[in-house]
Design a protein. Structure first.
Length: 208
């Protein structure tokens, strides 16, 4: 797995006008290719009278699944520059749809490439991006007497506390950078006089 990746901060829309044509870029995070395709269909349904609804998406932290469509624009002038912008910005798990309402002025191949790629770039700037860091999932089990202090210390030091459950003992699910696992185990043993247990799980991504 990649150590980290960037994606769009939130779903949103950004519009630009170029030579009387409207270019409306809709961006959204997408965990799977199916989510990306569903988003494309949703945007198309919202703009049934548009001249074009071109799209590009990158799915996977390593950028493995990439697709692009010109949707009737001259080949390579819309979807590809959109995809290139996402890749250049190192975006992952993201889908972009640029809806064009033709304004009567032809832009030529170079103009289209700049317009579609630029619309995605401006939308990324407007909506913002976030970095996701790879974490090792871990479960801390601690007695009720020490649980409050342990949880407070975890949050105070910026640990990614994912869940807290109270039963006979208290279990706290956290995310740890792989390089921090050994040092964290030593800290936990010291902080709880060796009474807490640490169980390592799988891997996931969270806010860096």
């Amino acid at each position: 797995m990649q150590e980290r990746y960037r994606t769009v901060a939130r779903e949103g829309v950004h519009e630009v006008e170029i030579s009387k044509s409207r270019f409306i870029c809709a961006l959204a995070p997408a965990a799977t290719e199916r989510e990306a395709q569903d988003f494309v269909q949703r945007v198309r349904a919202e703009h049934p009278t548009a001249s074009h609804n071109c799209f590009a998406y990158v799915i996977g932290a390593d950028g493995g699944v990439q697709k692009a469509s010109d949707d009737g624009e001259p080949g390579g002038t819309a979807g590809v520059p959109m995809l290139q912008m996402l890749v250049r910005r190192e975006m992952r798990y993201v889908v972009a749809v640029v809806t064009r309402y033709f304004g009567g002025v032809k832009l030529g191949a170079g103009g289209l490439i700049r317009a579609y790629g630029g619309a995605v770039g401006e939308a990324l700037d407007a909506l913002g991006t976030v970095t996701r860091q790879r974490f090792r999932l871990a479960t801390v089990t601690v007695d009720h007497q020490r649980a409050g202090k342990v949880e407070n210390d975890l949050r105070a030091t910026g640990r990614a506390v994912r869940d807290v459950r109270y039963a006979e003992a208290v279990t706290i699910e956290i995310g740890l950078p792989e390089t921090d696992v050994e040092a964290f185990g030593a800290w936990l043993a010291d902080a709880t006089a060796g009474t807490a247990t640490l169980e390592l799980g799988g891997e996931a991504y969270g806010d860096a």
